[in-house]
Design a binder for this molecule. Structure first.
Ligand SMILES: [Zn+2]
Length: 405
């Protein structure tokens, strides 16, 4: 049956029709028998425990199947009287290792309903299964080896009510850690796990402008250079442009200039889009704005020039960034004057991102996938099951399909 260290004693069917099950009587091979379920040391047998026990395993020919075995207790010199370990299942779990791995693989590769229907397990059970599969995978190998360049971000779930913090390894593209919460305390847990030695080796951290990330990185990683994600910087400029657009539009409406107001409203998407993506119609709308509305067009150019900074070689980019800051400071558009202040405060981190060509694009794409996973986690009993699901799917913790190498 492909079971390690296991002897099949007999098999039988129980029940009738759809309710029929297959029961396979097994026992551990001698070298695997009478071992402590905590430390796996050989121990003397203590008693028969609760007698026979069953573990759900993969279906056999459309019938639910169970392994059945004696479940004696042993006396471990370190852990006292405990259940004996069995080679086919984790301690104190009602499913076999094969069953767990199969469910975990399916969860990472197919839909929620496919897993539930095919494996005939409740979704909350799936949550518990992937938690233990991921915990084992992470205990087997060090997920924090060789970390040098990190991306840190937050992802919302439960309709934006709750957050998890994710840490990505830029070199492998894997999510190496995730946890519920988005504050300094949450991130401190990660850096404490990492330990001072490995924190010392972190060279670059890319993140948005969240002060809590900034504070934690400064505190724990003395050699890390913070890189400000260009995507966030450009999105600030888009927000500032929208603020100007709303002001100008409200102003036009107050003055009863209906035609101007509707022109501005109609040009909304043209203002947002990158010039290279504009349709002929949108280009015409922008030209109208240029003729009729100086401030709004100026705001548009400010947004575009800031975007251009991130498409240039680093020296030219920094020169353009400084020219942009000078222009924005005296542009007489409040949202951009404010933005110039913010960006000046993050200039070092923006320069570092340009110099090291490190952006959160990879992290953003991982976070998009995390967002897709959050509805999958509905029905799990805890946020930690969502975290396990993230590590299973994006952290390289998915087991191979049982029996394939
Ligand atoms: Zn023990």
């Amino acid at each position: 049956m492909g079971l390690k260290n296991t002897v099949v004693v007999s098999s039988r069917c129980e029940g009738e029709g759809a309710a029929a099950i297959v029961v396979i009587r097994v026992r551990p091979r001698r070298q695997a028998a009478c071992r402590c379920s905590t430390c796996r040391r050989k121990c003397p047998r203590y008693d028969r425990g609760d007698g026979l026990r069953r573990w759900r395993t993969l279906d056999i020919h459309h019938r639910r199947a169970f392994l059945e075995a004696e479940a004696p207790r042993v006396q471990c010199s370190h852990h006292g009287v405990v259940a004996a370990a069995v080679p086919w299942a984790r301690h104190d779990v009602g499913h076999t290792l094969t069953f767990d791995d199969h469910v975990a693989w399916l969860t990472a590769h197919t839909s929620k309903s496919a897993v539930s229907q095919l494996m005939r397990v409740a979704w909350s059970t799936v949550g518990a299964i992937i938690e233990r599969v991921v915990a084992d995978a992470r205990a087997r190998s060090d997920p924090f080896q060789q970390l040098r360049r990190l991306g840190i971000d937050e992802v919302s779930y439960k309709r934006g009510q709750r957050y998890i913090t994710t840490v990505l390894d830029h070199d492998t593209g894997r999510v190496v850690w995730a946890a519920p919460g988005r504050d300094e305390h949450t991130l401190a847990k990660f850096f404490n796990l990492l330990g001072p030695q490995r924190c010392w080796q972190i060279a670059l951290v890319s993140a948005d402008a969240g002060p809590w990330i900034n504070n934690a990185v400064t505190k724990y990683c003395p050699n890390a250079k913070l890189c400000m994600d260009p995507f966030h910087v450009v999105s600030w400029a888009t927000d500032a442009l929208d603020e100007v657009r709303r002001e100008v539009w409200n102003d036009a409406r107050r003055r009863g200039q209906q035609a101007v107001a509707s022109e501005i409203k109609g040009a909304r998407f043209a203002l947002w889009r990158n010039p290279e993506d504009l349709s002929a119609r949108e280009q015409a709308k922008l030209a109208d704005i240029q003729r009729s509305n100086g401030p709004l067009y100026r705001a548009y150019l400010l947004k575009e020039q800031l975007r251009e900074v991130f498409h240039l070689p680093v020296d030219q980019a920094l020169a353009l960034l400084d020219r942009w800051l000078a222009w924005a400071r005296r542009c007489r558009l409040d949202p951009f004057v404010k933005l110039a202040k913010t960006i000046a405060g993050h200039r070092d981190a923006i320069a570092a991102a340009l110099r090291h060509a490190l952006s959160n694009a990879r992290l953003e794409s991982a976070n998009t996938k995390v967002r897709l996973l959050t509805p999958v986690a509905f029905g799990f009993h805890s946020a930690s099951a969502l975290v396990s699901l993230v590590l299973l799917s994006l952290g390289g913790c998915c087991p191979a399909l049982p029996g394939r190498t």
